[in-house]
Ligand binder design. Structure first.
Ligand SMILES: C[S@@+](CC[C@H](N)C(=O)[O-])C[C@H]1O[C@@H](n2cnc3c(N)ncnc32)[C@H](O)[C@@H]1O
Length: 360
């Protein structure tokens, strides 16, 4: 069976290029989403309705290898325990089951080896794409996901079709491409969100909650202004340099596209409304400080992207370690020499709280 085109998980293990050693940037925003989780549980979770079943089921979709997933899960569980205390319920009677979901190729071994020894939950791994059913009907009480929903289920077909006006020749992504390419990516995101929401609507109990955090493009901002997009433009220019040097073939570059899309909060809102199975209770922006507050360097950015994209580049570009070192060294230098960091301020990270509503 052919692997779905986005099924390239983050780098596993605990080595220098692993996700576990290169994801502290995301951690800042996981902590910030904690307030929304607390509010969500305090104001919207009908814990008394679920306490009779005694089992409270949580899923983290796109959990990767940790440690971020463990912080996120512990934030959810603490919020539920606090809610129990505030209602005079004994939280000890609740049994927590946490499902860690990611692609089948995710390094679940590293994840399980690093599970917190003092955890107060039963842990299980659920392999597979969240763009499809993963759980039985009406079983989940709380779904969490961070930094995963910008990964599409695949690259839009038109973008790879030489006869289509959306063929993305010489480019690896949409932000600086023509309108047809941008539209193809946006349409893929809309389709994927519909599939995601339909699947979750089956799995989440009525009144159950989802908190989804993802990198967004500010409403109305051009795609080309978004920090992550500018950063990936630099990756593209490194690959173009490699074609010019003869270390990468033009054909291989033409065939390579990134299966990601950074939607705006408005696009997310429209997807939820179109689907109609969840209602948005709150949407918050997690980027609060100015770019000066994040002293980013090219090396930091390059390491974060390497942890995320190495698998994809190895498989699609047939890059070995030497080529990857060359690529990401150049990528880091290009960041330091560019004006990209001033766009960090324009970045947006949105966290949305959804409640499974009665509509079907
Ligand atoms: C950047 S990591 C985020 C990890 C963690 N949630 C965090 O906040 O640090 C994105 C994760 O989403 C996973 N992912 C992407 N698309 C997915 C899909 N369709 N189904 C399941 N996992 C997916 C990737 O494999 C990757 O591990």
């Amino acid at each position: 069976m052919e692997r779905p085109s986005n099924a390239y998980p983050m780098n596993g293990g605990e080595g220098p290029h692993s996700y576990s050693r290169n994801s502290s940037g995301q951690r800042i925003f996981i902590d910030r989403a904690c307030k929304l989780i607390q509010e969500a549980v305090a104001e919207h979770l009908d814990i008394e309705a679920y306490s009779s079943s005694r089992a409270f089921l949580v899923a983290d979709l796109g959990c990767s290898v940790g440690p971020n997933t463990f912080y996120a899960v512990s934030n959810v569980l603490q919020a539920v325990e606090q809610k129990c205390h505030s209602l005079g319920l004994d939280s000890q009677i609740l049994e927590f089951q946490v499902f860690f979901n990611d692609h089948v190729g995710n390094d679940f071994n590293t994840l399980f080896r690093s599970l917190p020894p003092d955890r107060r939950y039963h842990a299980a791994g659920v392999p597979g794409s969240f763009y499809g059913r993963l759980f039985p009907k009406s079983c989940l009480h709380f779904v969490y996901s961070s930094f995963a929903l910008h990964w599409l289920s695949g690259i839009p077909k038109e973008v790879q079709d030489k006869s289509s006006p959306a063929w993305n020749k010489g480019r690896i992504f949409y932000p600086s491409a023509n309108e047809e390419v941008i539209n193809a990516y946006a349409a893929q995101f809309a389709k994927d969100m519909e599939v995601f929401l339909c699947a979750r609507a089956q799995e989440v109990v009525l009144g159950g909650l989802m908190v989804l955090s993802f990198i967004t493009r500010l409403d109305g901002a051009p795609h080309s202004q978004v920090f992550v997009n500018r950063s990936l433009d630099l990756l593209e220019s490194c690959l173009v340099d490699m074609v010019k040097k003869g270390t990468l073939s033009e054909e291989r570059l033409d065939e390579f596209n990134l299966p990601m899309y950074y939607a705006s909060p408005q696009e997310m809102k429209e997807a939820v409304e179109r689907n109609g199975r969840f209602s948005i209770k709150k949407m918050v922006e997690l980027v609060e400080e100015s770019a000066e507050a994040y002293p980013l360097t090219g090396k930091m950015i390059a390491s974060t992207w390497r942890a995320a994209l190495e698998g994809l580049l190895k498989e699609k570009m047939q890059f070995g370690e030497e080529m990857l070192d060359e690529l990401f060294d150049l990528f880091a230098r290009k960041h330091d020499e560019s004006s990209v960091f001033k766009f960090a301020r324009e970045s947006s990270i949105t966290s949305v709280l959804l409640e499974r509503s009665t509509t079907n």
